[in-house]
Design a protein around this ligand. Structure first.
Ligand code: ADP
Ligand code: MG
Length: 355
């Protein structure tokens, strides 16, 4: 089951990061070559592509990213017995305690995105996430948790605003807060990794985590071409878009972690207002220069759905959005419409001027 899951992701990476018609061309300029490396982290394959004239530099970059991702995976994982688990065990005491430094920017940024998204992006709902157990891979025999338990956790109202951050001291005034950065940490790590590649002197690269990616520079002499997966057909690309310089393209969807129970589909993105899976969208794609913001926003807009995504995108400062609604209708803003090539015959497409 797990092997199958990874194989599907690997297949998709091929079309996600480089769907240029002539991707047989391995040479970036007379001497620059394409180097590729896969890292298993954050529960997925992180595929790193570097174009460089210097093979040793590419290898050095891969080694550095191997170490960084291993570290981030360990320290930001709520289920390993590491620093985030320690923080989560101290939060319910409601006393102030010292944070490890690597968690401070994650918490700070998350508090901003929590507010801008009207609480739809809410990494404080760790208890609800644990209750649903989407992180456990098996799909069979899954059913929603007990409604009373869900309702109790929603009523406890854990929010990022319950946390006071004072230098390195954290204190919660709500004992139900448990942090889970599953909707944000991967983007945040990819953002940092591209900065690392730049510092090493690399000018052209892509870091692609199963279709969530950030580019650096150009692919040879033109933009990188990105395929966006059809949410209901994993073999098909619903749209493609060009990205260059430091753009990130992030998609949140209901197709990677989900189960079906009594003909209802339950996916891993939860609506913090109900405690149940957000069910208004099939997928949301966001483009932004900041991969952490793109990751958080894709999750928030997925929850917001076709009626409210414009307002949340505007508050989060997002300029490019495509949302596939639960009924398959496609929604986007004019700026996205101008740059995206749709590959979906017959779908209803609404271009909203509200963003
Ligand atoms: P992926 O990581 O598959 O690209 P997302 O970025 O949308 O998907 O993150 C989904 C993960 O974030 C879930 O598996 C869960 O751990 C966590 N999560 C679920 N709902 C929310 C939410 N409303 N706000 C913040 N985090 C969430
Ligand atoms: Mg996300």
């Amino acid at each position: 089951m797990k092997t199958y899951y990874l194989a599907v992701i690997s297949l998709f990476i091929l079309c996600a990061c480089d769907a240029t018609p002539d991707n047989t061309a391995e040479t970036a300029s007379p001497t620059a070559k394409k180097y590729q490396h896969a890292i298993l982290s954050f529960g997925t394959v992180i595929d790193v592509t570097v174009l460089s004239t210097d093979e040793a530099l590419a290898q050095q970059a891969f080694n550095t990213l191997d170490e960084d991702f291993e570290y981030w995976h360990r320290v930001w994982n709520p289920w390993l017995n590491g620093p985030l688990a320690r923080v989560n065990s101290l939060i319910p005491t409601k006393a102030a305690f010292s944070l490890p430094l690597h968690l401070i920017p994650l918490i700070r940024q998350s508090q901003d995105y929590y507010q801008q998204s009207e609480g739809l992006f809410n990494p404080a709902i760790g208890q609800l996430i644990n209750l649903w157990r989407f992180h456990e891979h098996e799909k069979d025999n899954k059913q929603p948790p007990d409604k009373q338990q869900i309702d109790a956790l929603v009523a406890a109202n854990p929010s990022m605003q319950n946390l006071q951050l004072n230098n390195i001291q954290l204190q919660s005034d709500n004992e139900s807060v448990q942090l889970n950065f599953g909707a944000f940490a991967k983007g945040f790590a990819i953002q940092r990794s591209i900065q690392t590649l730049k510092k090493l002197g690399i000018e052209q690269a892509v870091i692609n985590a199963g279709g969530d990616l950030k580019v650096l520079g150009q692919h040879i002499d033109r933009a990188w071409r990105i395929g966006i997966r059809h949410p209901r057909d994993k073999q098909t690309v619903i749209a493609s878009v060009e990205a260059s310089n430091e753009e990130s393209v992030f998609t949140s969807g209901d197709y990677e972690r989900y189960f079906i129970f009594n003909n209802t589909r339950y996916n891993h993105i939860l609506d913090p207002r109900t405690g149940y899976s957000a069910n208004l969208s099939q997928s949301v794609t966001v483009i932004d220069n900041d991969a952490g913001l793109a990751d958080a926003a894709a999750t928030a807009l997925f929850v917001a759905g076709p009626e409210h995504w414009h307002r949340i995108a505007q508050k989060m400062g997002i300029k490019f959005v495509m949302l596939v609604a639960a009924n398959g209708d496609i929604h986007m803003n004019p700026a996205m419409a101008q740059r995206i090539q749709l590959n979906s015959q017959g779908a209803s497409v609404t271009i909203s001027e509200k963003l």
